[in-house]
Structure formats: C-alpha cells, structure tokens
Design a protein around this ligand. Structure first.
Ligand code: CAA
Ligand code: FAD
Length: 382
C-alpha cells in the first residue's frame, strides 16, 4: 500500500476542503438549527465533481479512486457531517450498485444526473420492522404477466427521501426465499404510487433530510429492475461494503474537526495559572485522540485501497467503520469534556460534533452488525 497521496487525490481533497471551509462550515450551525436541506451547498458540491467522485467520466463523474473519495468525504464531514451524509448516499449507496449491475441505458439515465449534481438519489432498504435484519423486509413487488412489477409497502429512515428524484429500492419478489427472494428496482419519485411520509426529527445530522417512503400500487417496468431478479440482497450488501468506507470517512472528518478545535482550546484556556494542555490528564486525552484518528484513517484508506484493487474488502470496511465511528464518539465526547461548560454550549460546535458523531455507530449497519460481519469472517462461523 502506498502511503503518499497521488496528485489527483490531493486535488480533490483540496477542492473539498475549500468548499467545506468557505461555504459549508460557516453555514453548519444555521442548518443544524433549522433542520433544512442545504440546497445551494449541495449544488455546489455537485458542480465541483463531489457527487460522483468514483463515477467514470462517461457517466458524468470525476473518475477518481476510492481513496480520493475517502479524502474528500473527510473534508466535507469536517465542515459539516449532514452535508457529508447527503454526499455519501449520492456517491456510494445510490451509485455503486448502478455502476456494477446497471445496464448502459440505466447508467446514462440514473447515474449522470446525480453525478453531475442535477438531482439527488436515495437508497431504500430499511423498513419500520426490519433494519439490521434486512432480509425480513415486507415491501412486496408482484410480477405481472407483461413483466412489470406492482410494488406495495413502506421503507423507513430514507436519507434524502424528501428530495430524491430517484431511489434504489429493495423489495421482496419471492417471499419465503429470504435473501434470494429480494430484487432491486430503480424508482422515479415523480411516478404515481410513490409517496413520502413526515421528515424525521433527529438528534444530529439535522440538515440531512430523512423520511419514510411509501409504495401504493407503484408500477416498475422490466427496464427498471436493477441487476437480476433475486439478486437484490447481494447488490445491497455489496453496496453497503463500499458505503461503510464512506461512513468511516465521515466519522474521521467529524472527529478531526473536534480534535482541531480542542488543540486550539488546550493552548489558550488557562486554569490554575497554566494552559489546560499542560496538565498530564489533558495531554493523555490529546494523545489518545490522535492515535484513534490516525488508526481510523489508516484502516479506512486500507479498505479503500483494497476496493480500488478489486480485492475483497467486506470485513476491512466493517473494521474501518467500527473503529472510526467508535473513535468519533470517544473523541467528540472528550472534546466536549475538555471544553468544560463551553463544550456544552451551542455557541461552540463541540456539542454538534458530539450529536453528529452518534449516527456513524448506527446507520449503514450498527456497531453490533459490524462486529457480526468481522467475527463471521474471522471464525467462519455464523
Ligand atoms: N457482499 C455480497 N453478498 C453478501 C454479502 C456481501 N458483503 N454479505 C452477505 N452476502 C450474501 C451471502 O453470501 C448470502 O448469499 P448466499 O446464501 O448465496 O451465500 C446472502 O447475502 C445472505 O447473507 P447472510 O446469510 O449473511 O444474511 P443475514 O440475514 O445473516 O444478514 C447482515 C447479514 C450482515 C446482518 C446484513 O443483513 C446487514 O448488513 N444488516 C445491516 C443492514 C444495513 O447495513 N442497513 C443499512 C441501510 S442503508 C443506510 O443506513 C444508509 C444511510 O444511513 C445513509
Ligand atoms: P434494529 O435492527 O432494530 O436494532 C436495534 C438494536 O439491536 C441495535 O443496537 C442493533 O445493533 C441490535 N441488534 C440487531 N440485531 C443484532 C444482532 N444480530 N446481534 C447483536 N445486536 C443486534 N436505511 C436505509 O435503508 N436507507 C437510508 O438512507 C437510511 N438512512 C438512515 C439515516 C438515519 C439518520 C438513521 C437513523 C437511519 C437510517 N437508515 C437508513 C436505517 C439504518 O440503517 C438502521 O436504523 C440501522 O441499520 C439499524 O436498524 P434499526 O434501526 O431497525 O435497529
């Protein structure tokens, strides 16, 4: 594995850092407070190639590699976590399955507008009664004599659901067959039969819009099936492997922002006649924060490197996500503590980092599910 970044990787990192620091970070407090989708900032990310980083240029993307995606995600998440959630779904969960399993026509139709920042995509796997246990889904797609499917059911917690033009949907086509009975579909949210529920009020990443979506006799044509019938669960799991690299990157970005603020504070804030950074208890926290950040970054870059070498990376992505998300929770917790009362105040972003970090332990597979994936790979047992 190469430890130096390529020119291309540094370039996208620089673009992402500039937008994150100049546009996103200054508006983060506002969007967190009002809980609004940041339309203009997301458009700007799209115009600068940040909504299709790994998407080949022929489909409107930047044609870069997985490590470039990691670096850009870290920068945007350091500016604001919610923006990076929207970015991660467009770049990864929505696009990856289409690039791997989509027909040429599907790639042109569904990938290009998202990669170019003209539209927003979503990924719908979770249901009210099934999150971790994803094969227990009830959303039903019934095949008709003409080859089309009639879809009925609900999906919950759909990131960008309120604003998405297209959705990658997973529905049960053959109940009783478990994972092998699930098929992936491309849904156009402007078609009849598609509906949206209320936007979820959330603890953190409040500018990322999340809602339930509903299907009432929604008709999907045969050319709206993604991959083969019954292949949907494998598509979802493969896509989530890559998605977890993005969430690990998001966690690193949130944690880095909290760490950098903390470094400034321990130099400036005085107690007992000395900067609080001179106290050994504070120094130990700084050292542990730095170690967790570096370990998370290296594990995430390794998973990304395996992906770009087309080597298996499922367990490595889970290791990266688990490590980075738990590091982000720990680091943001300590950052609040080191800031004392100011850490608890909305006048500083520490409490927001702390709230935002929590989601990285929950979505795209909880920490328990990452441990399950890792332990199954290690032991060969189920
Ligand atoms: N890649 C390809 N195929 C895979 C796979 C992978 N990583 N993991 C499993 N599969 C295949 C298996 O090989 C198996 O197929 P065969 O029977 O042909 O071998 C099939 O899928 C079923 O696998 P399992 O028996 O392992 O399935 P399981 O029911 O035990 O579930 C699980 C495994 C890891 C717990 C899985 O259900 C899971 O990851 N759950 C978490 C769901 C999740 O992450 N949801 C995220 C929603 S999106 C989101 O959250 C977005 C956002 O926040 C922004
Ligand atoms: P459950 O699966 O009910 O789990 C409850 C608890 O039980 C958890 O602690 C879990 O770890 C534990 N648990 C479950 N099974 C096991 C086990 N086998 N061993 C040990 N512990 C276990 N989903 C989408 O499809 N698309 C999206 O865009 C999306 N965006 C989201 C955005 C937000 C803000 C949130 C909060 C969620 C989002 N989700 C999305 C859903 C998310 O992926 C699920 O919430 C997550 O996978 C957990 O599922 P659950 O909430 O149903 O919890």
């Amino acid at each position: 594995m190469e430890f130096a970044y390529t020119e291309e990787q540094l370039m996208i990192q620089d673009v992402a850092r500039r937008i994150a620091q100049e546009k996103i970070a200054p508006s983060a407090e506002h969007f967190d407070k009002v809980g609004e989708f940041p339309v203009e900032n997301i458009r700007l990310l799209g115009e600068n190639g940040l909504m299709g980083i790994e998407t080949p240029e022929e489909y409107g993307g930047a044609g870069m590699d997985a490590q470039a995606y990691v670096l850009a995600m870290i920068e945007v998440a350091a500016g604001d976590a919610a923006h990076s959630t929207i970015m991660s779904v467009n770049n990864s969960l929505y696009t990856n399955g289409l690039l791997k399993f989509g027909t040429e026509a599907q790639k042109q139709k569904y990938v290009r507008p998202i990669a170019e920042g003209q539209a927003i995509g979503a990924f719908a796997l979770t249901e009210p009664q099934s999150g971790s246990d994803a094969t227990a889904m009830r959303c039903r797609a019934v095949k008709q004599a003409d080859g089309s499917f009639v879809i009925n059911g609900k999906k919950s917690w759909i990131t960008s659901g309120p604003v998405a033009k297209y959705v990658v949907l997973f529905a049960m086509t053959e109940p009783g067959k478990g994972a092998k009975g699930i098929t992936a579909f491309m849904v156009d949210t402007d078609k009849p039969g598609f509906g949206r529920g209320k936007t979820e009020p959330k603890l953190g990443i409040r500018a990322s819009a999340t809602c339930e979506i509903e299907f009432n006799d929604y008709v999907a044509q045969p050319d709206e099936v993604l991959g083969k019938e019954g292949e949907g669960f494998k598509i979802a799991m493969g896509v989530l492997d890559a998605g977890r690299i993005g969430i690990a990157s998001q966690a690193i970005g949130i944690a880095r922002a909290a760490y950098e603020r903390t470094l400034e504070y321990v130099r400036e804030r005085k107690a007992f006649g000395a900067p609080i950074g001179t106290f050994q208890m504070t120094q130990a926290k700084i050292a542990d924060m730095k170690c967790k950040l570096e370990a998370s970054l290296l594990l995430t870059l390794r998973a990304a490197w395996l992906k770009q070498q087309s080597k298996p990376f499922s367990s490595e992505a889970a290791i990266a996500k688990l490590t980075a998300s738990e590091a982000a929770m720990w680091i943001t917790h300590q950052a609040v503590q080191i800031h004392g009362g100011m850490g608890y105040s909305k006048e500083m972003p520490l409490e927001r980092y702390f709230r935002d970090a929590k989601i990285t332990e929950i979505y795209e597979g909880t920490s328990e599910i990452q441990r399950l994936v890792i332990a199954r790979a290690e032991t060969g047992l189920r």
